[in-house]
Ligand binder design. Sequence first.
Ligand SMILES: CCCCC/C=C\CCCC/C=C/C(=O)SCCNC(=O)CCNC(=O)[C@H](O)C(C)(C)COP(=O)(O)OP(=O)(O)OC[C@H]1O[C@@H](n2cnc3c(N)ncnc32)[C@H](O)[C@@H]1OP(=O)(O)O
Length: 303
Amino acid sequence: MAAVLRRGASFICLGSSQLLSGGCKHGRTCILPFFSSNNRNSSSSSKIKVDLDSSTGIAVVKFQNPPVNSMSLDFLTEFVISLEKLELDKSCRGVILTSAQPKIFSAGLDILEMYGKSPEHYAEFWKSVQDIWLKMYGYRKMTIAAINGFSPAGGCLVALSCDYRIMADNPRYRIGLNETQLGIVAPFWFKDTMVNTVGHRTAELSLQFGLMYSPSDALKIGLVDQLVPEENVLGTATETMTKWLAIPDHAREISKSMLRKPTVDRLLASRDADTKNFVNFVSRDSIQKSLGLYLTMLKERKE
Ligand SMILES: CCCCC/C=C\CCCC/C=C/C(=O)SCCNC(=O)CCNC(=O)[C@H](O)C(C)(C)COP(=O)(O)OP(=O)(O)OC[C@H]1O[C@@H](n2cnc3c(N)ncnc32)[C@H](O)[C@@H]1OP(=O)(O)O
């Protein structure tokens, strides 16, 4: 039985029951939107903060999973629920993704979810990674990534899945699909997303070397669309979204679907095989060893 708390106009539901929200179907703790009296609807689960301005139709979704916004199973579950709710909300026309953490957009998939766990856990985790990509790449509403920090691997994939990317022009930041540097392999749908954005030859170099690009190099290869001073990232994203929203929604949405559906369909046609492939791959001793060494390297860097 779920514990349901009512706090003013907001509901919080805890547990696996779905008494109040279609969004709680994943059986995890979730918090329903808090409706205020003005045009802003905010909701804040533990890892994702949503702020929807229904007068403009623009929602800002902030990652708040310290220290580095790594995408754990819980993070991905909350993220997909938030996007589902916004997709169903008629007052929302566009979504900006950004980070509440300084200097980091997202450190990518949580490596601890792929290290030292059971095959069942790997399968559950991988399905949630597939879910977020399928949701984002096929998202009906306009999406902008406001990339205000480092964005390796899964963080880069999330940005690539948006319709437009604005990055902070800070030469210390990096973005890219660096999987091979960890001794792992970006699956075919990560690769497809990269190829669709930067072209085949650049993707060949990028994926094989596991290249991480500075903002100016990322702009050169078309991995991001625009660089702005760090303090202007969210403001520019909001202005840009307003321009895109001048296009009639149905026309933009159908155009996006024509371009992206074949890529989405490739994964939909082979989800189970892709999951099995991931579980077999990540369970190998050699891959576990690589991930263990990488985690140690991350820790030792600080000492
Ligand atoms: C053909 C078959 C194919 C089948 C498929 C097979 C394989 C699947 C591939 C799966 C695709 C994988 C995608 C991914 O996203 S893998 C993750 C890649 N991410 C990274 O490489 C980023 C690693 N992190 C960093 O580079 C840095 O942390 C940073 C983001 C630049 C931030 O640096 P800094 O501010 O200095 O923070 P720290 O390094 O000190 O980190 C703070 C703590 O956070 C831990 N951490 C960092 N990143 C991760 C992560 N991704 N997952 C889990 N934990 C992470 C770090 O260890 C620190 O922990 P501590 O405080 O306990 O020491």
